[in-house]
Design a binder for this molecule. Structure first.
Ligand code: IFM
Length: 443
């Protein structure tokens, strides 16, 4: 176990140009739900048994009120950048105009970030779809992609030159698969026939927004944030190897291949036609709009076994595991980055999320989360290995700035490098936060 975070003295990741940041998302931290339109997560939280602790996002970290203190906290960590997301239902009215009060909230945040010399990495969609759009079919309705384009147009005009980077979507896999195929995330729709249709509309929304951003905001770094869970076979048997390859296409390549190569993986031909997306002429070219960066989120890997009936079966994650039950396997991070670099012509990469939920305990006012420090150390080393092998990584964001609403897990899982006492809203920097700060400020 380490208490410090270190990198080899010659590491490119110690250059001042390498961007270090912390990341959050609107629904997970803001609260302030009465000051915006309802979103699909408000509705989902109201359904019994959907959220492990029965909680909701009404207060969350109360960042809606405490944002000034939180920006000071971010500054105190010495980071170069802050990745935040805009709540679509806070800034756009039902009739599709800007909600100026909602916009002012973000303008204030962005202005203060500029005054503190902290780069704003803004994500336009981190899962909080306005409920009234879900009522029209949500991401199963092609029209939602055009609604997203209109939102991207209005908000990028309103935020002007305060932003350093725009990501259109965060992890469309989660929105599509978890939200519209297995239903463990909002809006909770279940059916194998829905996942890829929702995914296509999300990717179309991304492409349409990229066109808008290229016009409205040509000087920001515009791109998308994708999550990757690399797929490994349980054994060297052919059946396990092809199961892992199928899962990789299903969960990972399905999202990166269209945005970079303008096509879905070959594996689509193995899916029943009723599971296929509805692709209109010209869609793939829109989706493959050139990007200034690709955001990569990494937490863990998954191991698969072949099966005659199912295409693949995911086996239980071996130890060591985080509090989410996710295997700690940093080697997969380096291998992922190197493989993506071999397979695609990548734009510059930013690691837009990496981190771990751990069972933190506050003892005597201190959170000595050495397990999380160790996780960060191993994963920073993995990124460094990939950089040494030629992958162009330009930045790294810890997920997350502070403990927050962890979706279906509610407040039970803590990902922060800052501890949040949800009764008092007091924030306490954990050992991992201090170690991260020291790494950044000692460069
Ligand atoms: O908390 C989430 C985040 O919203 C998206 N990426 C994964 C994180 C941990 O589950």
């Amino acid at each position: 176990m380490t208490v410090k975070l270190t990198l080899p003295t010659q590491s490119k990741m110690l250059s001042k140009d390498f961007v270090y940041g912390v990341a959050t998302a609107s629904f997970q931290i803001e609260g302030g739900t009465k000051s915006r339109l309802p979103c699909i997560w408000d509705t989902f939280c109201d359904i019994p048994n959907k959220i492990a602790d029965g909680s909701h996002g009404e207060i969350a970290c109360d960042h809606f009120n405490l944002w000034q203190d939180d920006l000071e906290l971010i500054e105190s960590l010495g980071v170069d950048a802050y990745r935040l997301s805009i709540s679509w239902p806070r800034v756009i009215t039902k009739s599709g105009e800007l909600n100026l009060e909602g916009v002012a909230y973000y303008l204030n945040i962005l202005d203060i970030l500029i005054s503190k010399n902290i780069k704003a990495f803004v994500t336009l969609y981190h899962w909080d779809l306005p409920q009234h759009l879900e009522d029209q079919g949500g991401w199963l309705n092609r029209d939602t992609a055009y609604k997203f384009r209109d939102y991207a147009h209005l908000i990028s005009q309103a935020l002007g030159n305060r932003v350093y980077s725009y990501a259109t979507l965060n992890e469309p896999f989660c929105s599509a698969f978890l939200g519209y195929e297995v239903g463990v995330h909002a809006p909770g729709i279940v059916g194998k026939e829905f996942g890829k249709k929702a995914a296509h509309h999300l990717l179309l929304a991304h492409g349409l927004a990229m066109e808008v951003l290229a016009k409205n905001s040509p000087n920001t770094l515009n791109g998308i944030v994708l999550n990757f869970t690399p797929c490994y076979p349980e054994s060297d048997s052919l059946i396990d190897i092809s199961a892992a390859a199928f899962a990789d296409d299903y969960f990972n390549q399905w999202y990166i291949k269209p945005v970079l190569d303008g096509e879905y993986p070959e594996m689509m031909s193995q899916l029943p036609t009723e599971h296929h997306p509805e692709i209109h002429e010209g869609d793939m070219a829109i989706i493959a709009h050139p990007m200034d960066f690709l955001g990569v989120n990494f937490y863990s890997r998954a191991i698969y076994r072949g099966d005659e009936e199912e295409n693949f079966i995911q086996i239980d994650a071996p130890e060591p595991r985080t509090d989410m039950g996710w295997e700690i396997y940093p080697k997969a991070f380096a291998e992922l980055l190197v493989t993506l670099n071999d397979k695609y012509t990548l734009p510059p990469i930013y690691i837009t999320e990496n981190g771990a939920a751990m069972a933190d305990k506050m003892v005597g006012g201190v959170i000595n989360d050495l397990d999380r420090v160790d996780y960060y150390q191993q994963h920073l080393n993995a990124v460094n290995d990939a950089v040494e092998l030629g992958v162009q990584v330009h930045g790294y964001f810890a997920w997350s700035l502070m403990d927050n609403f962890e979706w279906a897990e509610g407040y039970l899982k803590r990902f922060g490098i800052v501890y949040v006492d949800y009764d008092t809203q007091v924030r306490t920097i954990k050992a991992s936060g201090h170690a991260y700060k020291a790494l950044i400020t000692n460069r």
